[in-house]
Design a protein around this ligand. Sequence first.
Ligand code: ZN
Length: 65
Amino acid sequence: MKDNTTTLRTCPLCGAQYGDVPALSRKYPNTHICPECGIREALESIGVPADEQEKIIETIHKSKG
Ligand SMILES: [Zn+2]
């Protein structure tokens, strides 16, 4: 039997519910966050300002269709 139910997780950082593979937070050990927050943390860690982070995330959303 294959379990087809999608487990929705709630991101502790932004509160969003997501069914994708979680990202592991760099800031908070052993904390799973949504893929978007994972991208934000990664960008932040390389010095990308918040408004640029949003633009990049927007671009990723568009490319997903
Ligand atoms: Zn999040």
